[in-house]
Write a protein that binds this ligand. Structure first.
Ligand code: SF4
Length: 232
């Protein structure tokens, strides 16, 4: 079994990710907490890029629960049909918009239980909304974070909840606000699923992965993505 990270190593791990990406941001585009919530619900089993492509025109005409309900399920389906599971997601977005109007005066609630009770939203959705919209120190575990935490042995766990709870315990408070984004971007651009770019990885010497790769392109994509966000 791989050796667990020491406190100093965890500190070093996040310090290096922080130095590499001082201001990490979500790649999902949104205009307000409501559109963020919708974007996160739409992003389940879909790429952020595909969601952004669909939501850019959608949010121009429906950026509040009232407008989304007025748009209706059929028209909404037309906007999001390029995203996987779009029929179910359209139903959920209309349902959650009605729930927001009925239960929360049209506002996105700030309490985890209330967020998780919305149609199509689960723990991951609640964590992203709490973190991005309300600045809370939650760490949502998606497929990238799950892979990075198990591969490196930073916070191993059999399922996303186990990894989240391990991160919750291990990540120093000062890194918690951005930990989700650092890990997700690291997994998306460097510690990629099929062939991680270990030679250019800033935490390679700390990582416990046994099958590190020996060749890998420079992390141009990450740099480009960071520049793109800076311009937006
Ligand atoms: S060394 Fe390789 S496996 Fe380890 S975190 Fe970096 S990219 Fe991932």
């Amino acid at each position: 079994m791989a050796r667990a990270f020491s406190k100093d190593e965890i500190e070093e791990f996040f310090t290096r990710l922080q130095n590499q990406m001082p201001e990490p941001k979500t790649e999902l585009q949104s205009l307000n907490p409501y559109t963020l919530l919708v974007a996160v619900v739409l992003s389940a089993q879909a790429t952020d890029k595909s969601v952004n492509k669909a939501t850019a025109p959608l949010f121009r005409i429906a950026d509040t629960p009232e407008k989304m309900v007025a748009l209706g399920e059929e028209k909404l389906t037309g906007y999001i049909r390029t995203i996987g599971l779009y029929r179910t997601k359209a139903k959920n977005v209309i349902a959650l918009s009605k729930q927001l109007l009925e239960r929360h005066g049209g506002q996105v609630p700030r309490r985890r239980e209330e967020l998780e009770a919305l149609a199509g939203a689960g723990r991951k959705t609640a964590n992203v909304v709490l973190n991005v919209a309300f600045g809370e120190r939650t760490i949502a575990v998606d497929t990238h974070i799950f892979r990075v935490c198990n591969r490196t042995n930073l916070a191993p766990g059999k399922n996303p909840l186990a990894v989240e709870l391990a991160l919750e315990k291990k990540v120093p408070e000062k890194f918690k606000l951005h930990a989700h984004h650092w890990l997700i971007l690291h997994g998306r651009y460097t510690c990629v699923a099929r062939k991680p770019l270990c030679p250019t990885c800033v935490v390679s010497d700390l990582c416990r992965f046994k099958d590190k790769t020996r060749d890998g392109a420079p992390i141009r994509k990450l740099a480009a993505a960071q520049r793109g966000r800076a311009r937006r």
